[in-house]
Ligand binder design. Structure first.
Ligand code: HEM
Length: 187
């Protein structure tokens, strides 16, 4: 991967903002951070696939199976993956010269991830529980019996938004745009 001018400056800077972790620790943390963020991608692609399947299907059994699968994935993976991406990102920022408040791209990633994590942990999981509750109330019969209403659309929109945030974060991590917030040095 090409090393940007911004990366070199953050690596070479010296003084009070010196890094607080060894190169080895930083490498390990970056690997865990990237793996957790790729996990986010995989999870949201799976949720989107099942959500679209449930939205487009007229078959009650397919819709029930899709929402049960989504709920299983959501209950098992959303909290650990969202927290791991957030915590390792924060750790990388605070433990290196990137800092949390020094560069616009880092702060933007932080707010985007925090918003996406909170929305996924609280809102998306609540909607998944609601969908499973509805399909369990009517374990047989046609889709119209399930009274899912706008929930079917919501369960496609939510993973789509999470994927857009993921792509934005990856782009920010690689491009590192906009320079420093404090103008003390130009990126
Ligand atoms: C879904 C959320 C996130 C995704 C998809 C993501 C993605 C990535 C990727 C792919 C890299 C590797 C870039 C490279 O090696 O060139 C990276 C590095 C990094 N990320 Fe994240 N990240 C996320 C959340 C966060 C958060 C919340 C923060 C900070 C608050 C953060 C801060 C950083 C920092 C400081 C680096 C190190 C950059 C470097 O040293 O080159 N990330 N991130």
């Amino acid at each position: 991967m090409a090393v940007s001018k911004t990366t070199l400056r953050a690596d070479r800077a010296s003084g009070p903002g010196a890094p607080r972790m060894s190169r080895r620790a930083r490498t390990i943390l970056t690997v865990v951070h990237v793996v957790s963020s790729v996990g986010w991608l995989g999870l949201m692609l799976c949720l989107l696939t099942l959500g679209v399947t449930a939205l487009l299907s007229d078959d009650g059994t397919t819709v029930r199976t899709a929402y049960r699968g989504m709920n299983m994935l959501g209950d098992t993976l959303i909290i650990p993956i969202a927290l791991l991406a957030l915590v390792t990102g924060l750790w990388l920022a605070l433990g290196t010269r990137w800092g949390l408040f020094r560069y616009y791209w880092v702060l933007t990633k932080f707010w985007l991830t925090l918003a996406a994590a909170a929305a996924s942990v609280f809102e998306l999981r609540a909607r998944l529980h609601e969908a499973v509750h509805l399909v369990n109330e009517h374990p047989t019969g046609p889709v119209s019996d399930l009274h899912l209403g706008s929930l079917r659309g919501t369960l496609v929109v939510a993973p789509t938004v999470a994927l857009v945030i993921y792509l934005t974060n990856v782009t920010l991590s690689v491009v590192k745009p906009w320079g420093r917030r404090d103008k003390a040095g130009t990126a």
